[in-house]
Ligand binder design. Structure first.
Ligand code: NAD
Length: 477
């Protein structure tokens, strides 16, 4: 299959189960070349009226039949699995990630659909006796406005689509303008699987995102992206008191105690920081390593960084692709240059790769400290600072000294001791001897502090797409 065959799938926005006619388009850049390789439809804020109307109409019948919805989610999972070979290259061309990682995203999408299809959402009878009848039910909210980022566009869209639809809502999804095509293609292949208007996807440059928040029809905005935009979403949604879930940025610390086997943990720690080029909200973004093992850890991570194959995502054996977009590429370059000019030492990498596109060497930074931008800010790229600490309690204070609180990890030869430290860290998830170990369909995922509001996944994620309703009356006995 050629890239053009697969991209033909993604030509139009999906509204009400069919193409939404748009006059404008915008270019989509392949980050491996830096060149525009496809056009995506530019849906104007005005056209959102039709899309949200369609979603509103579809909601009236979609919310009724729970078993029908479960079946539709299962059918959607089957369709995605049967078309993943066509879909994955689209994601790789626009996002940059290796084909295996794109394939994984679609596999995860199917997993999430099946999880929510199988999840029971019991009605809760509180009382049904001689005194009276009381029941608590979860009602869907109506139409959901979903906004996603460019780093993991399909899996993160499905964290919204699967629970929202299962709960009986309909949805309009707006992917990032950097990665519109795979989500358009996803909606395209699912036409007919869901009734018209249930799953709609629109694309366009911002201010389309703002319009997704301010539109009067949706009753909920489910947003994944940066903390700065998340704040704007919260403000925009406040006007008509839309519900919000915000999955935002992170500056996730890994604390490595002095009793670890450095060589044993280094490959896993490296993957936790550099998978998807570090462009994962929960990637390890700063390492606090005990001074007794810090030099050896720097060496071990640097060896791995130097050996990793960085190439176009379509090339066999590529482990890391390019950074997704020019602003992000420039930001990583700036943060690394800033660190080096302030005394850091790049023990691996340290520079962009001299070729077209947005390639950057996987970079390990030694002689770094709190107060450097690379430590204090979210780099969201392939550069990792390894900070030395002496005292465990101090490492925890420093890990917590951040506006963010998404995920964290503690690594130790003594897992019980690590587990005792874990609750002291201000984060939505703390893993022991691994990082991001709790990202599963059945576990809640969400940020503390400025990393988010609300959670996704598990029954809790579904609850976020519902409101409680009490039904009460005299005894029915
Ligand atoms: P971003 O905030 O720039 O954009 C996210 C989405 O919001 C895009 O679709 C964008 O078009 C849209 N948008 C932009 N302005 C808007 C506005 N005013 N109103 C509504 N929508 C608007 O983020 P990004 O650069 O695409 O993604 C990277 C960020 O996302 C990082 O900070 C990362 O940590 C975060 N992220 C968080 C999670 C999580 O689950 N917590 C997951 C992935 C990424």
């Amino acid at each position: 299959m050629t890239s053009t065959d697969s991209l033909a799938l993604s030509a139009a926005a999906t509204s009400n189960g069919r193409d939404l006619l748009t006059t404008g388009t915008f270019g989509v850049i392949n980050p491996a070349t830096g060149e525009v390789f496809a056009q995506a439809p530019s849906v104007t804020p005005d056209q959102l009226d039709d899309v949200f109307d369609a979603a509103q109409n579809a909601y009236l019948s979609w919310r009724i039949d729970d078993e029908y919805r479960r079946d539709a989610l299962r059918r959607a999972a089957d369709v995605i699995e049967s078309r993943t070979a066509e879909l994955a290259p689209i994601l790789t061309f626009e996002q940059g990630k290796p084909l295996a990682d794109s394939t994984l995203e679609f596999n995860l999408a199917a997993t999430w659909l099946r999880y929510y299809a199988d999840l029971d959402v019991p009605r809760q009878i509180i009382r049904d006796d001689a005194q009276g009848f009381e029941e608590v039910v979860r009602r869907p909210l109506g139409v959901v406005s979903a906004i996603t980022p460019w780093n993991v566009p399909i899996a993160l869209a499905m964290w919204k689509i699967a629970p929202a639809l299962r709960a009986g809502n309909t949805i309009v999804v707006k992917p990032s303008p950097y990665t519109p095509l795979a989500t358009l293609a996803l909606a395209n292949i699912l036409r007919g699987t869901f009734p018209d208007g249930v799953l709609n996807v629109v694309t366009g440059p911002d201010p389309l995102g703002e319009a997704m928040v301010s539109h009067p029809i949706p009753r909920k905005v489910s947003f994944t992206g940066s903390t700065s935009v998340g704040r704007k979403v919260a403000l925009g949604a406040a006007d008509d008191l839309k519900r919000v879930t915000l999955e935002l940025g992170g500056n996730d610390p890994a604390i490595i105690l002095g009793d670890v086997d450095v060589d044993a943990i280094a490959p896993s720690l490296f993957r936790s920081a550099f998978a998807n080029n570090g462009q994962i909200c929960l990637a390890v973004k700063r390492v606090y390593a005990h001074e007794s093992i810090q030099p050896r850890l720097v060496e071990a991570l640097s060896e791995i960084a130097r050996s990793v194959k960085v190439d176009e995502g379509t090339v066999d054996g590529a482990v890391l692709g390019p950074i997704n977009n020019k602003p992000q590429y420039e930001r990583v370059k700036d943060l690394v240059a800033d660190a080096v000019s302030n005394g850091a030492r790049a023990t691996a990498g340290g520079k962009p790769i001299d070729r077209d596109g947005y390639f950057h060497q996987p970079t390990i930074l030694d002689q770094v400290h709190d107060g450097m931008r690379i430590v204090d800010e979210e780099q969201f790229g392939p550069a990792l600072p390894i900070i030395s600490f002496r005292d465990e309690a101090d490492a925890i204070v420093r890990a917590n000294r951040s506006e963010y609180g998404l995920t964290a990890s503690v690594w130790s030869g003594d897992a019980d001791h690590a587990a005792q430290l874990a609750p002291q860290i201000e984060a939505g998830q703390v893993s022991i001897n691994m990082h991001g170990g709790g990202v599963r369909p059945h576990l809640p995922f969400g940020g503390h502090k400025h990393s988010g509001v609300g959670v996704e996944n598990g029954p809790w994620g579904l609850h976020g797409f519902t409101e409680l309703q009490v039904i009460a009356g005299p005894s029915r006995q």
